[in-house]
Ligand binder design. Structure first.
Ligand SMILES: NC(=O)c1ccc[n+]([C@@H]2O[C@H](COP(=O)([O-])OP(=O)(O)OC[C@H]3O[C@@H](n4cnc5c(N)ncnc54)[C@H](O)[C@@H]3O)[C@@H](O)[C@H]2O)c1
Length: 394
């Protein structure tokens, strides 16, 4: 079989890692790097990684010249839908970075286009390529934790001013009238939301019974940097995802399933699961399957399922739609915000937020239920967006 021709769209930022992997796979004879498209010119490293593959700033020209079998899309969120639609029309399968689209309407449009074109769309939630997920889900279904009481996810990272100023779309809810939705829940901790939904088996459009949101920001940005999401899924599970980019201490994000017999904590960036049950505490190390390699194999033999097909990101996209249409994030009370100077950079730390995040996930509570300073009022009732299941992609 001939080697699939791959076009990378978006090569600076996170795309650099994609280009390094494409170079490795090309050198190993697994694919042909057909071209790179980016609106900014390449630097020295990107030029070397591109090799003889043409670099262009024009997507139409790239699609015409390369005629890609696969397009890897690693561009700003508001550009995902138009670039993905153009690549599908040109006959390419897609590895599309997360979040797949900036709105529910674009998500449906993309699903319809993929189905009509008979193309595959894999979404770049790399945590969903971990062998930990099916293993935990199977053990929980077999009763290892007893009756499941809920899922709590925590994320405590630190992001400085340079993170928010690296690109025009960073930290925006909209840019030039287009939705962006670059908040903590929908971008940096999108994996926490998607991983919790997969562990619950709640990924399609009808999976969410209710969505509550508390969106806050300590940084001078539009989007949320400190947030709490509580979902009730159609199968009856309560899921809380509590996150901040203004932590005192940076820790690996964790998704914890709690049951009547104990708990299982997945640190998804490490593919590591810690079980605490009456039998004792056990740490299991899992491995991860690469999403591009999975897509390439699936193209050769579509009998099996893709790891992260577009349709399995429907519930995640419904959460994103709830965030997009929610009232603007509330400023964190100024008395809780400390600004730290770190060299030339500056970052906000919210006092007590590490503990608040842990308590919210542990007790399946919202920030305002735990601490009245995080009111006014109760959780912003986001409602469940009126989303309809759309046909699956090929
Ligand atoms: N899966 C992950 O863990 C992960 C991690 C980081 C980022 N991401 C995702 O990757 C995407 C890019 O994020 P980033 O932080 O690298 O953004 P970025 O703004 O730093 O980089 C985006 C790149 O796309 C290029 N670009 C912009 N518009 C373009 C267009 N119309 N055509 C071609 N190229 C264009 C820019 O020049 C830049 O090189 C986002 O969707 C983000 O959510 C995923």
């Amino acid at each position: 079989m001939s080697r699939p021709r791959v076009l990378l769209v978006g090569a600076h930022g996170h795309g650099r890692g994609h280009l390094q992997r494409l170079r490795r796979l090309a050198d190993a004879g697994r694919l042909e790097l057909g071209g790179v498209c980016d609106t900014a010119p390449p630097d020295e490293e990107l030029t070397a990684l591109s090799g003889t593959a043409p670099w262009t700033d024009d997507l139409d020209e790239a699609l015409r010249r390369v005629r890609p079998d696969v397009a890897v899309v690693v561009t700003p969120i508001p550009t995902h839908a138009p670039i993905a639609l153009a690549a599908l029309e040109a006959g390419a399968d897609l590895l599309l970075e997360k979040p797949p689209t900036a709105t529910w309407a674009e998500f449906e449009q993309l699903q319809r286009a993929a189905a009509a074109a008979g193309r595959h769309v894999q979404v770049g939630f790399q945590s969903l390529g971990s062998s930990a997920l099916p293993a935990v889900a199977a053990d929980v279904a077999a009763g290892r934790l007893g009756t499941l009481r809920g899922i709590g996810a925590t994320g405590t990272w630190q992001r400085a001013d340079s993170y928010w100023s690296r690109a025009r779309w960073a930290g925006r809810r909209t840019l030039e009238g287009r939705p962006v939705v670059d908040g903590a829940l929908t971008n940096p901790f999108a994996h926490a939301v998607a991983t919790a939904l997969r562990l619950d088996g709640s990924e399609d459009a009808a999976s969410l019974a209710s969505v509550e949101l508390e969106l806050h920001r300590a940084n001078p940005i539009e989007a949320d940097d400190t947030s709490c999401l509580r979902l009730r899924t159609a199968r009856g599970t309560t899921i809380v995802v509590a996150v901040t980019l203004c932590a005192a201490t940076a820790r690996e994000p964790a998704v914890t399933l709690r049951g009547s017999r104990g708990s299982a904590t997945l640190r998804y960036t490490r593919d590591e699961v810690t079980w605490s049950t009456p039998e004792g505490t056990v740490v299991e190390q899992h491995t991860r399957r690469d999403l591009l390699e999975d897509l390439l194999e699936h193209r050769g033999d579509p009998a099996g399922a893709l790891l992260v097909p577009l349709e399995r990101t429907a519930a995640f996209t419904a959460v994103l739609e709830a965030v997009r249409t929610a009232p603007d994030p509330r400023p964190v009370p100024p008395e809780l915000v400390q600004v730290l100077q770190e060299g030339d950079d500056r970052r906000c730390v919210v006092r007590g937020v590490d503990e608040l995040v842990a308590a919210a996930a542990g007790r399946l509570a919202t920030f305002s239920e735990l601490d009245p300073r995080w009111a006014p009022g109760a959780a912003q009732p986001a409602g469940v967006p009126a989303v309809q299941p759309a046909p699956p992609s090929a």
